[in-house]
Ligand binder design. Structure first.
Ligand SMILES: [Mn+2]
Length: 316
């Protein structure tokens, strides 16, 4: 760890230009980890890193500290070249989207992540699959080096943990609470931060509740599949997490699946499980993720994907 951190410090010190990105279609962990790292670099190295993103940022992240600092990839020159590129919470190379060209052009790439990935992009990798959020991987380094942090960094790290654990529902290790406790001591107001995330458009909430009310139950109620059709998908903002969490509250439900018809013959699949790992089902569909929270994007019709899912759960 210390050796890697030394290299991190040396590379940040040497770099004249630094960019940071998370996966395409930022979630709370990717966005907040990127912004936290940007601010850590600013406070401790007196350098301004550029946070570049591809895809959409959900409305519920509108009030995240420093949210206005991120730059859409189209506003970056095509031939931009950074001395140092830092990837946070990116998943795998194919999740980088349009920022990949800048990553490939960079002299050195450092990554912080907690996703399983057997094709690491970074030259220097801080990866820890045990962590509930990438922000914790960054926080580990902050604690070891005793980097200066401010209120914004504290709030961003806590927001990343809150969002990636589904407001602490998916916590599997006490480690998360240890970090959360340190952040509360450092000034994070959990209630305030959770409220700041309640910022969805009405149309999104209505589409989510429609999907919940039309969900179909299988396997004696242990499997539930909700669907968001294309005409509603346009009104959805984010991943439809409310659908997953509401259906996960139903008595007897073990597996929750949300099918999102992003366009004809392209279906986004989100799978959650209360206990038994389901990541292999996501992998069989060409996706991946965590043991009990995984997903895929499948190029096929809604009916076919639905049939594949029902079939994949047979015997579980
Ligand atoms: Mn994450």
């Amino acid at each position: 760890m210390m050796e890697k951190i030394k290299v991190f410090i040396e590379k940040v010190r040497e770099a004249k230009s630094i960019a940071i990105s998370g996966h395409k279609n930022l979630d709370g962990d990717a966005l907040c980890s990127a912004l936290a790292l940007m601010k850590i670099i600013e406070l401790n190295f007196d350098k301004k890193a550029t946070v570049i993103y591809d895809g959409n940022v959900p409305r519920d992240l509108d009030y995240v500290p420093l949210r206005s600092e991120i730059v859409f990839h189209k506003n970056i020159p095509e031939n931009a070249k950074y001395d140092l590129y830092i990837l946070v919470d990116y998943g795998t190379r194919k999740h980088l989207g349009e920022v990949e060209k800048y990553v490939n052009a960079a002299d050195f790439v450092i990554e912080f992540d907690h996703h399983f990935n057997d094709d690491l992009v970074g030259n220097l990798c801080f990866d820890d699959e045990e962590k509930a959020a990438t922000a914790q991987v960054i926080y580990d380094m902050v604690k070891v080096v005793n980097f200066n942090i401010n209120q914004e960094i504290v709030d961003l790290l806590m927001l990343a943990i809150i969002t990636d654990t589904g407001k602490f529902k998916f916590v599997r290790s006490s480690d998360v609470f240890k970090d959360a406790a340190k952040l509360v001591t450092a000034g994070a107001d959990v209630g305030h931060l959770m409220n700041l995330l309640n910022n969805k458009d009405k149309k999104t909430v209505l589409v989510e509740s429609k999907a919940v009310s039309l969900a179909e139950f299988f396997m004696k109620g242990r499997l539930v599949i909700a669907t968001i059709h294309n005409e509603d998908y346009k009104k959805l903002d984010g991943r439809g997490d409310t659908v997953l969490s509401l259906l996960g509250q139903v008595h007897g439900v073990q597996y929750i699946v949300l099918l999102k018809e992003q366009k004809e013959n392209r279906i986004g699949v989100s799978i959650r499980s209360r206990q038994t790992p389901i990541n292999q089902i996501a992998e069989s569909l060409g996706g991946g993720g965590h043991l009990c929270a995984a997903g895929a994007v499948v190029e096929d019709s809604l009916e076919n994907v639905r049939a594949k899912i029902i079939n994949a759960f047979k015997g579980m």
